[in-house]
Design a protein around this ligand. Structure first.
Ligand code: HSE
Length: 435
């Protein structure tokens, strides 16, 4: 059997991990793939003379790779949705399979790229695009292929999880926890994509396409990040029996598919609430399996390289037998993606109020007039020290599930009370239970 010849675009941490894993596990990968997998060419806009290319030829021109005669498969590890998308597209147009870790490219251009791949009869694999080393794409497209997926929820941004864990464990505020993440290399100098939820929304759009046949609809994912979470909210949530996690949540309903990324209170007894640091976890509820939970490293050179190489192994196997049908065919009829206004969630409310009699009753009346039930509440006496010294006190309430439109209107009414002296904080609550 001829070796599978791989051209790699990019020479960052993940590309270096791919070179290392292919070299380190060459024999076992060959046995599993049925043929050797060899990196013949690497191209990067920046030379890195310190990296051992293990025999591959280097070029500074990434555009060399897709059409090069020594390349059977293109691995795109540049990232972003500009040049990288052109490279993927051009490789597919050359009739070459592509492996990419690029969530932005797939979430934003996945429908067009999938169409090209299917027209050309080649694979477009992106296991590494979601949750790094966790094989969640293969799990959805293969292991869970017998199921109708009802919902899924995941911690799919390690940077946000690291920051929230730091705020929760050490009482740090957002800015200090972010600075620590940057110091340790877990957050970029410009952390916007991670902390404002965009990275997680890319990943959720991909999961939705595979789980619910929605097509790749990044534009339809409601996105909120963690930059407004305070240590006070983390502490009140803890007292009420919750942890605050940044979740991507997608759910099939009669009307269509809800897809949202936002900070979420999760019961502290739930496994997902105890996924800490930079780790990722994805919970998938299938109609036959019930809940299944996938946990592991969502980023990093070797874990992400593991996913890239797994995609290469799949391609090496497929090209020595008849090409299988695509793992994620274009949907015959994509369900509607629902706006956030169509969602229903329980809510945590923190209401900064004047410290005088009757305020809690007035808030409770506004909620009950809108049929919003209170699940639990913290009284003034339990207010944390920093706030209890003020002339105002927080009223903290967790509601039962309520439609988004109703809670929006209720919060506006509460905000307008003369007793309310600061912005009402609202964070969604999900029990992530089986039912
Ligand atoms: N910045 C991402 C994260 C890395 O924090 O999860 C991989 O997508």
């Amino acid at each position: 059997m001829q070796p599978l010849r791989v051209g790699v675009c990019g020479l960052g941490t993940v590309a270096q991990g791919v070179l290392e894993v292919l070299a380190r596990n060459a024999d076992l990968i060959e046995r599993r793939a049925g043929r050797r997998i060899v990196v013949t060419r690497v191209a990067s806009r920046r030379a890195r003379t310190e990296v051992d290319l293990r025999g591959a030829t280097f070029s500074l021109d990434v555009a060399d790779i897709p059409g090069h005669p020594d390349v059977d498969v293109v691995v795109e590890l540049i990232g972003g949705d500009g040049l990288a998308v052109e490279l993927i597209s051009s490789a597919l147009e050359c009739g070459k399979p592509v492996v990419t870790a690029n969530k932005a490219a797939i979430a934003r251009h996945g429908d067009r790229l999938r169409e090209t791949a299917q027209r050309q009869g080649v694979a477009l694999n992106f296991e590494a695009a979601v949750a790094g080393g966790i094989p969640i794409i293969a799990s959805l497209t293969q292991g869970l292929a017998a199921n109708r997926i009802d919902w899924l929820a995941g911690i799919i941004n390690g940077t946000s999880n690291f920051i929230l864990t730091g705020m929760s464990d050490g009482g740090a505020d957002f800015a200090s926890a972010l600075a620590e993440a940057q110091r340790l290399g877990y957050a970029e100098a410009d952390p916007t994509f991670d902390v404002e939820g965009i990275d997680a929304a890319h990943k959720l759009a991909i999961l939705c396409a595979l789980a619910f046949d929605t097509g790749f609809r990044f534009d339809a994912v409601y996105t909120e990040g963690i930059s407004r979470i305070t240590p006070e909210d983390i502490e009140y949530a803890r007292r009420l029996g919750y942890r605050i996690k940044h979740l991507g949540i997608a759910r099939r309903t009669v009307a269509g598919v809800e897809a949202r990324v936002h900070p979420t209170l999760v019961p502290d007894t739930h496994l997902v609430a105890n996924v800490n640091g930079v780790m990722n976890a994805v919970l998938v509820h299938g109609d036959a399996t019930g809940s299944t939970l996938f946990y592991g490293a969502g980023a990093g050179g070797l874990p992400t390289a593991s996913a890239v190489v797994a995609d290469l192994v799949e391609i090496a196997r497929a090209t020595r037998c008849a090409a299988p049908p695509p793992a994620y065919p274009a949907p015959l009829e994509a369900p509607a993606m629902l706006p956030i206004e169509a969602a229903t969630s329980a809510h945590y409310l923190r209401i900064p109020s004047l410290d005088r009699p009757g305020v809690f009753a007035r808030v409770a009346t506004l909620l009950s007039e809108r049929d919003i039930s209170i699940e639990s509440a913290l009284q003034r006496a339990q207010a944390i020290h920093a706030e209890s010294q003020n002339a105002w006190v927080p009223i903290v309430i967790v509601t039962q599930p309520v439609a988004e439109r109703v809670i929006q209107e209720a919060v506006a009414a509460v905000q307008a009370l003369p007793d309310v002296v600061g912005e009402v904080v609202r964070i969604r609550v999900e029990d992530l239970a089986d039912a």
